[in-house]
Design a protein around this ligand. Structure first.
Ligand SMILES: Cc1cc2nc3c(=O)[nH]c(=O)nc-3n(C[C@H](O)[C@H](O)[C@H](O)COP(=O)(O)OP(=O)(O)OC[C@H]3O[C@@H](n4cnc5c(N)ncnc54)[C@H](O)[C@@H]3O)c2cc1C
Length: 253
């Protein structure tokens, strides 16, 4: 499913209002170990940029053929004093987005639209379950950083091995468990679904935020529904999948 050559799937068929466009200027870029490249961006109207942690922007990334292709990236942080937002790119290969992130220079301009996305904290839930792979670390880290003290959170993150782990900051009452693929490539697997099957559901009404490779997200969603969670207790979105070019997958079945 090539998002570069398809009609815009970001607003259809749900007919949401069009996303606002921004011309962002690169301020800085640097490595964020392990395996990420952070790009810091600004704009003349950046003070009007308003979003919720976990939301993303759609970036018009340069392609080898001279055109641009849409790529969704989480807003990793915002510095209201400096007037910047940051985005962390997983360096998963020589594909357009990581290539752009490695090569950008101060002053480069990129068109983006947004913010968008529903993977944002549901403050009324009694507990929160967050799962994802490396591409989700920016979203999970940002949501955790902004969780109020005392919020009960259970976090499961899949990485290649323990070198992929990062320190996560939070005031919440969060239990974080890292899952390792131990040499297996990122992609469809039963790893996270096994964790979700074994997860002891805490008392009260929880909310699950399931993000990452699309088939893994879908499996976890079905497991939680079979275990009694209602559909409105689950926010799930496919961030990537083998063979997909850009875009995102709604996982709501
Ligand atoms: C809402 C949302 C937020 C996201 N936030 C982030 C973020 O903050 N940081 C981040 O790094 N990514 C994030 N992603 C994932 C990112 O948009 C995709 O990985 C995207 O496809 C990357 O573009 P690309 O140019 O590297 O590869 P593309 O040209 O889109 O894809 C080429 C091929 O690369 C492979 N591929 C793509 N992504 C991955 C991957 N992650 N791992 C392994 N193989 C892959 C697939 O086989 C694909 O067909 C997010 C996605 C969504 C929907």
């Amino acid at each position: 499913m090539a998002a570069d050559s398809k009609p815009d799937t970001h607003e259809k068929p749900r007919q949401r209002p069009p996303l606002r466009s921004w011309n962002l200027h690169v301020v800085d870029s640097f490595d964020v170990p392990p395996g990420m490249r952070r790009v810091v961006l600004t704009a003349d109207d950046i003070h009007e940029f308003d979003y919720k942690p976990g939301q993303a922007i759609v970036m018009m990334i340069p392609l080898p053929d001279g055109g641009t292709g849409r790529r969704d990236y989480t807003i990793r942080s915002q510095d209201r004093i400096q007037g910047t937002i940051s985005v962390d790119f997983l360096l998963h290969g020589d594909t357009p987005a990581p290539t752009w992130a490695r090569r950008v220079a101060r002053g480069d301009i990129i068109k983006v639209r947004g913010p968008r996305g529903g993977t944002v904290l549901r403050p009324d839930a009694d507990w929160h379950l967050l799962t994802g792979d490396e591409t989700c670390i920016p979203a999970i880290a940002h949501i955790l950083e902004t969780m109020p003290a005392g919020t009960k959170a259970f976090v499961f993150i899949e990485t290649s091995d323990r070198n992929g782990e990062i320190a996560l900051e939070t005031k919440a009452d969060a239990s974080v468990r890292w899952m390792h693929r131990n040499g297996a490539p990122a992609g469809p697997s039963g790893l996270m679904n096994g964790v979700i099957q074994d997860f002891v559901l805490p008392p009260g009404k929880g909310h699950a935020y399931l993000i990452g490779e699309t088939s893994n997200v879908r499996r976890q969603r079905h497991t939680l529904i079979a275990r009694g969670l209602t559909r409105d207790q689950i926010s799930s979105e496919g961030y990537w999948r083998p063979g997909r070019i850009g875009g995102h997958d709604h996982v709501d079945d």
